[in-house]
Write a protein that binds this ligand. Sequence first.
Ligand code: SAM
Length: 339
Amino acid sequence: MSSAASHLPTLLKVLSDPVRLRILGLLELEELSVGELSRALGMAQSRVSNHLRVLREQGLLAERHAGTSTFLRLALRADTGNGRADFATRLWSTLREGLAALPEHDSDRMRLAEVIGARVEQSRDFFDRVAGEWDKLGTAFQSGQARQRAVANLLPHGLVLADLGCGTGYLARALVGLAGRLICVDRSQRMLDEARRGLAKLPRGTVVEFRAGELDALPIDDDEVDGALAGMVLHHLADLDAALAEMFRIVRPGGTAVVLELAPHKEAWMHAELADRHLGLESSDVAEAFRRAGFEGVGLEAVDDRYCPVRPATDGEPVEPVALPLYLVRGRVPSGRAD
Ligand SMILES: C[S@@+](CC[C@H](N)C(=O)[O-])C[C@H]1O[C@@H](n2cnc3c(N)ncnc32)[C@H](O)[C@@H]1O
């Protein structure tokens, strides 16, 4: 006698019980804990557990453990009719067609819907309760690369970006992981060395190049980049137009240039201590320079941030903290630029 045939009387006996059929019917629809299954059946958990033991012995249930909870589902897959299903699967396929005729069928499904609804409500209540604490409880990612890679996948693949006047790489650090290739440019080799050191500590995912050069004669080919960023550097320049013309040249048609700048301020010490040529720049002057260079869609964006350089202490005088307003200007190279 084949093993399927030897199990046949037991299997038929197990499946002849209407409660067990109802259990299998529910577990075919949804993975449930024993408690949830008992509520869906409208039955005491002890009684349900006895039936589960019998079904388990026949290998009809799949179990998943999560902490102290056990979740159950039907171990049989629907018979696809390809002739490869085992005997129990074929038997179940026939029996399940008769489930709707059981008197408890509709109420089982109604209670199942309530059980699933309660599960959703429980989860919503949990997150409502912890929302205020969630950033301390549940957003502890080690490197942040997962988020960066997730966002990068939304961007055009292999984006080439440039950080112009990159300094020690404050902005470049936010681009590593997002860009396919990142070109960092600065006139100071020591700044480039610092940027290289800082960026080397970050998770990879971006090819980073360091090029020494000037903003008005960028070491970057025509149309080489999809986007260029110049942060906190225009206030060092004598000639905005020359730098913007270079940004326009290196960004491919349809690409974007962004400038992060300081609004005009009165911190005269920054001239001597931080080599600032201008004490901030009017955003309208920067926007005009974008337009003169040929950028379209020029836009100004206020940012909810401040630049807080450390003012050197002067003899005996307390050092007042500095917090200077910033803004962004962006523009797009027209798609139909004639080169
Ligand atoms: C204030 S730092 C800003 C660095 C970085 N972008 C940031 O936001 O932290 C200015 C940097 O621009 C560089 N720089 C100034 N004028 C430049 C020019 N004409 N061409 C290239 N780099 C320049 C300086 O060497 C310095 O590293």
